[in-house]
Design a binder for this molecule. Sequence first.
Ligand SMILES: Nc1ncnc2c1ncn2[C@@H]1O[C@H](COP(=O)(O)OP(=O)(O)OP(=O)(O)O)[C@@H](O)[C@H]1O
Length: 298
Amino acid sequence: MPTGWHAACWHPQSCRLVSSPACWVHRFSCGCCDENRSHRVLELEQVSLQRAGKRLLWQVSLQAVPGELCVILGPNGAGKSTLLQVMSGYLRPDSGRVRLGGQDTVGLSAARLASLRAVVEQQTTVPSGWRVSELVAAGSYFAAPGQQAAAMAQALTLTDTSRLAQRRLDSLSGGEVQRAHLARALCQLLASTQPERYLLLDEATAALDFAIADSQMAQWRQLAQDLHIGVVAVVHDLNLALRHADRVLLLQDGCSIAFGRTADIMQQARLEAIYGIRLAELISPDAGIRAFVPHTTR
Ligand SMILES: Nc1ncnc2c1ncn2[C@@H]1O[C@H](COP(=O)(O)OP(=O)(O)OP(=O)(O)O)[C@@H](O)[C@H]1O
């Protein structure tokens, strides 16, 4: 029998409640997964936050693990960026806890935080006149001198920004600037020696064209697996999430509506309720691809 409340089991193959549909949705303690809850998880537990008398987040829980791409979805104003800022340690929740590497983020030094997570924010600013190489190098600020050059070179290669390295940021397109910031964040993680590292991305595909956005999402998932980092991304495009996310958190009005494996969470009726729109679900039997499009009558 379940013995209490705790976050969902991340090892369903060894979970004795796996056959129970309630296991993910209701987050029962299954007991057997306690030992699997490694300190490498990025964990939000019942996080709430209020600003100017408005409830921005209410008892939101989530776990992200290295090797996976976790996507946060929800309508405008749902609280996605606020949640990512709480996860990043930029905002302190009024109640609840955020743990990174087994430690509460409250009280972690800037250097320790920088070794555990790197963030690409929705609105990015850089000092005028900076070149891409300078921005990326800033990602390795806390690294040992011997690790900086290698981390920078690898980050530029992985994000296909080597050819932009000597360009000034103010001469780049919006999409190129976003990729440069991704390179800076990756450089930060590559320069870290921590076994648990997280890449937190807020609408980092917003300025990218359809094809590049798709390949970026595929690349994030691949990077998560290859570098064994956890990637948490706020995304607006339902179909990008459907195609690439391992897990999805649906937010509405600051509340978690559902969290779990992508195929289980992204159900038509649930998405229609959250976004307040009728959707058609398209399925390509040959390619095995699902997609949602607004169902409008003309
Ligand atoms: N400091 C603040 N004081 C008051 N309200 C705030 C503050 N910060 C954010 N909000 C409000 O909280 C809500 C959630 O904002 P947030 O930016 O997290 O949403 P979001 O889901 O990321 O939205 P979008 O998809 O439009 O980027 C919004 O209604 C916003 O106006």
